[in-house]
Structure formats: structure tokens, C-alpha cells
Design a protein around this ligand. Sequence first.
Ligand code: TYM
Length: 331
Amino acid sequence: MDKKIIYSAVQPSGNLTIGNYLGAIRNWVRMQDEYECFYAIANMHAITVKQDPAELRRRTLELAALYLACGLDAEKCALYVQSHVPQHAELCWVLNSVAYVGEMSRMTQFKDKSQKHAENINMGLMDYPVLMAADILLYQAQCVPVGADQKQHVEIARDLAIRFNNRYGETFAVPEPLILKGGAKICSLQEPTKKMSKSDENPNASIFLTDDRDTVIRKFKRAVTDSGSEISASDEKPGIANLLNIYCAFKGCALADAEHEFEGRGYGEFKLAVGETVADALAPVQREKERIMSDKTYLNDVLKSGADRAFRAARRTLSKVYRKIGFYQGE
Ligand code: TYM
């Protein structure tokens, strides 16, 4: 039987946070043995908000190194840069004629980003979910492992696949989001009802995968907690619940066990334990990332062979799409 196809991506739009790791990359690593996986660096999505060109280039390579350092194996999955495979933009254009302005303008992320970047509400920002649908559908992916914030976008990809298939005949696999409990929504350490984000202006709100031990511990010590003193994952305690969630995700334990472990202990002691756990988990990833970054030839080879593999799969789908919609492709 053919292997199930998995697709996902991260934007090189800032330093990766533990939210990106727990919500997405860690799950990708777990899937790479069993499935056929395509994991991209979504630089075309990143330019929908202003990026410094030199930074974007540097972050692209850093993200590739982090993918590998987190445990992705370039032999098992295709790791590549989105702009290296031109079919993403080509399929996006076709899907633009299937997608409705109304549905795109209702997307939560579009509304949020339009507010945040009011001076730069560009067409790309609105088209973002269509490009994301193109990413996923190009590879006939059945499953898309993401954090909870991307669920709406994967649902749009599903809708576009179904709409296209109904209009032109069976063409695309209809993808499903895969959102695993636990890491699906890691929240800001400063505003624990908001998701932790790479682009948060307050550096204390996010733990970056590249933060050193002292920084990690300091940020957890400063994390906003709730009134009272009990360490429990209740809805009234979003700050403590978030820290417990992070602790359990890194320790691999159940919330109830962690609550039990910290019974009768103070917030200070608890926050230090979370900080140490996270710092311990990040240290080997950081060492590996540095090692890989020092070997640019290897990194470029990985990205080149990933793009070759992705290109072959993408070309097959795009040619089928062009046939279905009536684009003349020669005799
Ligand atoms: P991006 O770069 O914002 O985030 C990458 C992945 O990390 C997840 N994530 C989180 N998970 C849990 N808690 C958090 N605080 C947190 N913050 C981020 C995201 O859900 C995502 O899975 N549009 C995508 C990139 C993309 C993509 C795709 C994803 C482009 N094409 C095709 C899937 C399929 C994005 O901006 O992710």
C-alpha cells in the first residue's frame, strides 16, 4: 500500500518558539518513519509582512538547520524551501480562480494581521490561505500536522480541494488537519490567553529555540501567573495551566501527574522546574543546530535534494491540474 502523504511548513519570519516546536515540528519528527513527508520553509508566505531581505535569507538557512537539529532526517523526508519549487505559485494562481474573496476576508489570521499591519494590507496577506492550500494540494497530502491556529487554513484547503474536484473531476486528495493535544496551543508567558508567537514584540513573552539556559530560566521566572497558590491546570488559571502544559509536553507526562508532583509547592519553585526542564531539552538541539550551521555545503545539499524531490511530485499534480482546467500543454 502507498504511504500516507504528510505536508507542513513553518515561515522563516522570526526565531522559532517552543510553540512551533511543540505544536508542529516535534510531531513531524514522529511521523517521518511511517509516512511520506514534505516539510517546507515557507518563505513565500513570510513576505506577506515586511521582511528585511538579508534577515530572511539568513533565517531560511537557520530554519533548515533547526529542522535537522530537531530530528528531521533529510533521507526520510523532503526538506526544502518553498520558493525553490515554482509550482507553488503556479497552483496558487489557478486556485485563486476557485477561491472567493468573501471567504478569504473572513479568515481570523487575515483580520488579525490586517489590524497589526494596517499600513501594509497587501494582496498577498489576503491570498495567504490560497497559497497554503496550493502547498498542501500540490503534494496530494492527506494529513497536515499543525498547531491549533492553522486549523482554519487547513479547512480552507479542504474546501478548495472539494470545490475543485466537484468542478473539474477528481484531482486533489482532501487533506485533514492533525492537531495533537498538549502542544496544540502554547501560550504567551506574558499574556497567557494569547498564543506564543515568533513575532511578539515583548521578548519575554516567548521562549525561542535558540535561547540560552539563563534566558530560558529568567523568562519562566518572570512568567505571569495567577492569583492563589495552587498549581492546577484549571480554566481560571491560564498562566499556571500554560506552564503545566509546557512542562508536561517536554517531560512527556500527564497533567494530573504534574499537578500531583507540585502539590503544596510554591509558584517560584514550580517556575524554576519548568525553566530547567525546557532548558535541558533545548540544549542538545542548540548544539546540533550550531554544528549543522557550520557546514553550509551539507545544508545546501539537503535543500537541493529536498527541492528536487518536491519538484517531481509537484510537477505531476500541476500537469494534471492544467489538463483538467483546459490549459493546452502541447500534443
Ligand atoms: P507558522 O510559521 O506561524 O507556525 C509554524 C507551525 O507552528 C504552529 N504554532 C504553534 N503551535 C502551538 N502553539 C503555538 N503558540 C504556536 N505557534 C505556531 C503553527 O500552527 C504551525 O503549525 N501558515 C503557516 C505555514 C505554512 C503551512 C503551509 C503550514 C505555510 N504553508 C502548509 C501547513 C501547511 C504558518 O504561518 O505557520
